[in-house]
Design a protein around this ligand. Structure first.
Ligand code: G16
Length: 542
């Protein structure tokens, strides 16, 4: 029986960079989840008896919300839901299922790289029928609905267990519980030359993949160990846990330090990789070298033609604005388009759908292609492996020859976390106020050539996004970007992105902190970071 239950609106259900993210206890407030799901169902125009994909990264509260989403989908006219066994679906696997099964959309439960557990973070995101995150015009409608919601609809009977593959019914709705890994692994096998990678591994090439007790464990184990023949133990921390084993599933130098240390040993593995909570981010580590996400995007774009899926070349590259300009040089050389979008994978969707770009990437450890409409951690690892197998070179040799050919863009991101929101807003406001007078100003040895607050007009649907980050560009190619994160759950996180182009190969071996030292100190003075926040050091440098 369908029940209509009265509820009261919450005022804070505005989706951020990637869906609604809050602490678990916040989500556990009465009807908080139900309100947001009903607002989604009321917003998305759907025909009769459509299909909806449901799954998440397995973090604490995942199962409860999967069960609620199934019951509410049944009460909101869906004909079928496809649910990952145990409620598990990595974000890229969910994107693939939406596309493959012609679903109207999907509910993806994750707070990505944020920690989990009863006091950790949780998140709900809606993806549209192309498999990608809902664009702004939909998320803002969802937000509007949450502000005036009066009731939600739910099926009174409990949801069936979803811990075994099979089909069930709830009212008229079919519930299909699927293997979360199989379709995704098949897709990877279509894109890449698995035999070449198998041969590389059989020749003694050693891989270490850290799944960080998050969702990619089963995916990486199936693909690397079972299908590609890597020895057992290649995947570490491979069992997804509700609290990620107490860790922080963010594949960066801080939280993946153990993996990085192992790769810095002379007798360590040849290739290291890690992914995040929901499997869409990636970290690539070579022997003695961590590859920055911006460099990884540039190298993958330059070498994509070595993998079967991209053999005929790529149509273009898109990167988020704060991502380094290394990929732009590759696009120019290939003679393909380069697009600079605001932060957020949702901005790539239209470009991918229109066939303008094939490869996309972000400084926040995300790379992906037109095979799905999300960034994809395991895909990035496999494309790297395919390239390594074809070139028969190590990660370091590939990076060094890339820099020799294109020049090196030194890059760092400095995060200042949990700043009081007012102080962070004040800092951004003050920068914006000074933008008009900035061009021509000298800081140390550098002169500002242009400064603006980034805005973007989507070339496909004409929609405009403003206020996407303050850019200060210096003559000679240095750049500092300031923006506030849209994914945090407490206070504000100030992100400062710093880059400098170095064409001279003799200087490519420099330590990035040294190569960027002058810009780092300019960032502090121009941004008044210490003065306004009291912070002299960032919490995380990536
Ligand atoms: C999300 C978005 C990415 C974005 C990242 C960081 O990733 O999908 O596009 O780059 O957040 O955003 P911010 O700088 O606003 O915190 P994920 O992996 O968290 O879903």
């Amino acid at each position: 029986m369908i029940e209509t239950i009265a509820t009261k609106p919450y005022s804070d259900q505005k989706p951020g960079t990637s869906g609604l993210r809050k602490k678990v206890p916040h989500f556990q407030q009465q009807n908080y989840v139900q309100n947001f799901l009903q607002a989604i169902f009321d917003t998305v125009a759907k025909g009769e008896r459509e299909t909806l994909v449901i799954g998440g990264d397995g973090r604490f509260f995942n199962r409860d919300v999967v069960a609620i989403a199934i019951r509410m989908a049944a009460a909101n006219g869906y004909g079928r839901v496809i649910v990952g066994k145990d409620g598990i679906l990595s974000t890229p696997a969910a994107s693939n299922l939406i596309r493959k099964r012609g679903a109207a959309g999907g509910i993806i439960l994750s707070a990505s790289h944020n920690p989990g557990g009863p006091d950790g973070d949780f998140g709900i995101k809606y993806n549209i029928e192309n498999g990608g995150p809902a664009p702004e015009r939909i998320t803002s409608k969802i937000f509007e609905k949450t502000r005036s919601i009066e009731a939600y609809r739910i099926y009174s009977a409990p949801a069936p267990h979803f811990n075994e593959i099979g089909t069930h019914k709830l009212g008229d709705m079919e519930i299909e519980i699927v293997d979360p890994v199989a379709d995704y692994a098949d897709l990877m096998e279509e894109l890449f030359d698995f035999q070449k990678i198998r041969d590389l591994i059989a020749s003694g090439f050693r891989i270490r993949f850290d799944a960080m007790h998050a969702v990619t464990g089963p995916y990486a184990t199936e693909i690397l160990e079972h299908r590609l023949g890597a020895p057992a133990g290649t995947v570490i921390n491979g069992e997804p846990k509700e609290d990620f084993g107490g860790g922080h599933p963010d594949p960066n130098a801080v939280y993946a330090a153990e993996l990085i240390d192992e790769l810095m040993q002379g007798d360590g593995p040849d290739f290291g990789a890690a992914s995040d909570g929901d499997g869409d981010r990636n970290l690539i580590v070579g022997k003695g070298m961590v590859v920055t996400p911006s460099d990884s995007l540039a190298v993958l774009a330059a070498n994509a033609h070595l993998a079967p899926a991209y053999r005929n070349g790529i149509a273009g590259i898109a990167r988020s604005m704060p991502t380094s300009q290394a990929a732009d040089r590759v696009a120019r050389k290939l003679g393909v388009g380069i697009y600079e979008t605001p932060t957020g994978w949702k901005y790539f969707g239209n470009l991918l759908d229109a066939g303008k770009v094939t490869i996309c990437g972000e400084e926040s450890a995300g790379t992906g292609s037109d095979h799905v409409r999300e960034k994809d951690g395991v895909w990035a690892v496999l494309l790297w492996l395919n390239i390594l197998a074809e070139r028969q070179e190590g990660v370091r040799e590939i990076m060094e020859s890339h820099w020799a050919e294109y020049g090196r863009t030194f890059y760092q991101r400095h995060d200042f976390e949990e700043i009081e929101s007012e102080k962070a807003e004040g800092l951004m406001e003050s920068l914006r106020d000074r933008l008009a007078s900035m061009a021509g100003q000298r800081f140390g040895s550098l002169v500002v050539s242009e400064a603006d607050d980034f805005s973007y007009k989507d070339p496909i649907d004409g929609s405009v996004a403003t206020g996407q980050g303050v850019r200060i560009v210096f003559s000679g190619g240095g750049r500092i970007v300031f923006r506030l994160s849209g994914t945090g759950t407490s206070g504000a996180t100030l992100r400062v992105y710093i880059e400098r182009y170095e064409p001279d190969p003799a200087k490519h071996g420099e330590d990035p902190a040294e190569a960027l030292a002058e810009l780092i100190s300019i960032a502090d003075s121009v941004g008044e970071i210490r003065k306004r926040t009291g912070r002299s050091e960032p919490d995380v440098v990536t």
